[in-house]
Design a protein around this ligand. Sequence first.
Ligand SMILES: NC(=O)c1ccc[n+]([C@@H]2O[C@H](COP(=O)([O-])OP(=O)(O)OC[C@H]3O[C@@H](n4cnc5c(N)ncnc54)[C@H](O)[C@@H]3O)[C@@H](O)[C@H]2O)c1
Length: 245
Amino acid sequence: MGYEIDFNKEVVIITGAAMGIGAAMARVFAKANAQVVIFDVVDEETAKETIAACKEVGPEPLYLKVDISDEEAVKTNVKAVADKYGHIDMLINNAGINKDWDLSFAVNVKGTYYMSEACREYLAKVGGRVVVVTSASVFSGGTGFPAYNSTKAGSYALGMFLAKNYAKEGIRVNTIAPAVIMSKMMVDRFGSEEAVREHYRSIMPLGKMGEAEDIGNVALFLCSHMSDYLTGQLIYADGGRSAIG
Ligand SMILES: NC(=O)c1ccc[n+]([C@@H]2O[C@H](COP(=O)([O-])OP(=O)(O)OC[C@H]3O[C@@H](n4cnc5c(N)ncnc54)[C@H](O)[C@@H]3O)[C@@H](O)[C@H]2O)c1
């Protein structure tokens, strides 16, 4: 028999999973038999394709409309999840925005902290796992958006802080730094998916850009027993660009 990751209905809260990378994460975790709970600021209607895609491969996800920069809303909704399922096992801090300084800080840094602290008592009971999504641009200076880069650096620093402070409670915290992932933002910039792919074909070491599911698979690894000895780690998920590009 080969290796298998089966979360056996463990509960994972994924922020910003209505669309983009978070939506792919939701599918990947549903397929691994996790009970996915989506926290996103948009209406449930916007997430209906993501919800349907999860249902096709695993347990029906729970959708909660939550602005993660609102601390009280975060506390109320995390408690509602714990009351409903009796446990919270994993948290993926994926939601991230590229807006002005204050908004970017409110979501990318404070939102990640509010979510982690609200989940902490439940995660501590079960050997919980936390994933933080930063960006490779933090380390390369790329993107051209100072508020984005600075606040994603804040998410990274916060991830390290959480790893250190949660370790004695048995909670593992690891960070993913994606780059060049197919997204709506990329398509808007280059005009079409094919134009995006063509642009990156010659630039990327592996001759291709990343897909949202690639990041979902890294998160899956970081939440699974396969990474039981990892905490406080940063994984670049960028097709080798930072290391050998
Ligand atoms: N796409 C890339 O190439 C790339 C590269 C590096 C890092 N990232 C990071 O990956 C993560 C996901 O990026 P994406 O490209 O899928 O972005 P996206 O814009 O497609 O999705 C972000 C999601 O977060 C939600 N969201 C925004 N503000 C929120 C809030 N206040 N509360 C709850 N949810 C909120 C949005 O509604 C959306 O569903 C982000 O943290 C981003 O910084 C992406």
